[in-house]
Design a protein around this ligand. Structure first.
Ligand code: 6PG
Length: 480
């Protein structure tokens, strides 16, 4: 194939996301090699969208590789895990030194670190690239979180910045950091997404089952909230979902949907990773637990038969105030979840030597991705003020925001308990907030318990050292 006809980039794996990413490259003027294990998918793409740009269909990975100019840039868009390894194993021997394999799936960052090291041994670049925004984002402009080497990123940057979402002239794409950094940040995006969705769901539950609002009315509340600090894609689509009427029954759509939430696993990965790093991510964890509980049908049915709710439902004196309080609780709890998420990215960055710029992560999440929101600009500004902020919650802007919200937040958690409406996200976030700011925590008692039953020792507030009490003897204290 003549040099001028060689493809700029290739995509193998033409499922919805892969197909739309390929279309996005083509619609932005790049010549795109396209391949799918079953050739029908490639044919379908060419038949339906071939007119959109300059595609180079390939019937085999060999043809796909041969269609590419150097350094070759091959984007793999197949399911995470085994299928991705399979494509890497098959295509690597076809590539030459300096070529770049990009995994655009939701891969686990540890798999990405392994793959990056393996391919580096072979003189190849491996880029774990988080792509957020779903099908529409992949086509019209996702938030893109590539990891890998700076050399690989410089070869990819012109293409990725062209296809990424753009906010105020800034593409929602940046080099996140080496090896698995990109997929780690994408994983945290998904963990935050879970927490955000759970908090919105709890707000809905309180408005619906606490105040007795109909779905359409709750949708109007979310529409109103979307004009303020809570403006976000997730709040916007919540209003749409709640306004939707089921065509088959004429009932509110949300009432005909089975109340059992699915999860592909990225939220779970996030919580496990945060636990391994020692960072509390109560918001994300409660969101994962809530999804699991919702699907635990047997236990739920048994509990519905056996467990009573509040004897006398609480009376809510001021309904308007309660709606405002829920808004405040949602914003404050969302802040806690984002603070925990950014704490986790910072800790992993230190652990793995990634040097992730947290302000830049907020910047590229302003558009294209599922958690895109106005308040990510506030997060960017917070890290611009202090790159080493110990917690988002102690930034002047955010500490004031939570201070303004906390009375309403506390009323919501208290009322929810009296109403018997579960709010694990709101209540765990409030407890995290109160624990983080507490001058003394009951961990002192836990240290005493541990020393008594396991001689695990403790430290003192009044002098350095490690101590143990002879609990079974004269209870004297000895220094260890
Ligand atoms: C995105 C989405 C995407 C996927 C979710 C759904 O960033 O575009 O987060 O990755 O739709 O991960 O995952 P669950 O099935 O776990 O909710």
């Amino acid at each position: 194939m003549a040099e001028g006809q060689m493809a700029d980039v290739a995509v193998t794996g033409l499922g919805t996301m892969g197909r739309n990413l390929a279309r996005n490259f083509a619609r932005n003027g790049f010549r795109v090699g396209v391949h799918n294990r079953s050739a029908e998918r490639t044919d379908e793409l060419m038949d339906e969208f071939g007119h959109e740009g300059d595609f180079v269909p390939a019937t085999s990975l060999e043809d796909l590789v041969q269609s590419l100019q150097r350094p070759r840039r091959v984007v793999i868009m197949v399911p995470a895990g085994g299928p991705t390894d399979g494509v890497i194993d098959e295509i690597s021997p076809m590539l030459e030194t300096g070529d770049i394999v990009i995994d655009g799936g939701n891969a686990h960052y540890q798999d990405t670190r392994r793959r990056e090291a393996d391919l580096r041994e072979k003189g190849l670049h491996f880029v774990g690239m988080g792509v957020s925004g779903g099908e529409e984002g992949a086509l019209l402009g996702p938030s893109i979180m590539p990891g890998g080497t700076a050399e690989a990123y410089s070869a990819l940057e012109p293409l990725l910045k062209k296809i990424a979402a753009d906010v105020d002239g800034t593409p929602c794409c940046t080099h996140v950091g080496p090896d698995g950094a990109g997929h780690f940040v994408k994983m945290l995006h998904n963990g935050i997404e879970y927490a955000d969705m759970q908090l919105i769901a709890e707000s809905y539950d309180l408005l619906r089952n606490g105040l007795g609002m109909e779905p359409a009315e709750v949708g109007e509340v979310f529409t109103a909230w979307n004009d303020g600090d809570l403006e976000s894609f997730l709040v916007e689509i919540t209003a749409e979902v709640l306004a939707h009427v089921d065509g088959a029954t004429g009932k509110p759509f949300v009432d005909v949907v089975l109340d059992q939430a699915g999860q592909k696993g990225t939220g779970r990965w996030t919580v496990i990773s945060a636990l391994e790093l020692g960072i509390p991510v109560s918001g994300m964890a409660e969101a994962v637990f809530a999804r699991g509980l919702s699907s635990d049908v047997g236990r739920r049915e048994a509990a519905q038969a056996a467990l009573p709710g509040p004897s006398a439902p609480a009376e809510l004196a001021d309904r308007k105030q309660f709606v405002d309080d829920i808004r405040d609780a949602l914003y404050a709890s969302k802040l806690v979840a984002y603070a925990q998420g950014f704490d986790t990215i910072r800790t992993a960055s230190e652990e793995y030597g990634w040097d992730v710029n947290l302000g830049e992560m907020a910047t590229i999440w302003r558009g294209g991705c599922i958690i895109r929101a106005r308040f990510l600009d506030r997060i960017r500004e917070a890290y611009d003020r202090n790159r080493d902020l110990p917690s988002l919650l102690v930034d002047d802007y955010f500490s004031r925001a939570v201070a303004d919200a906390q009375e309403g937040w506390r009323r919501v958690v208290a009322s929810a308990a009296q109403l018997g409406v579960p709010v694990p996200g709101f209540s765990s976030a409030l407890s995290y907030y109160d624990a983080l700011r507490a001058p003394r925590l009951p961990a002192a008692l836990i240290q005493g318990q541990r020393d008594l039953f396991g001689a695990h020792t403790y430290q003192r507030v009044d002098r350095d050292g490690t101590f143990h009490v002879d609990w079974s003897g004269d209870r004297s204290e000895e220094e260890r």
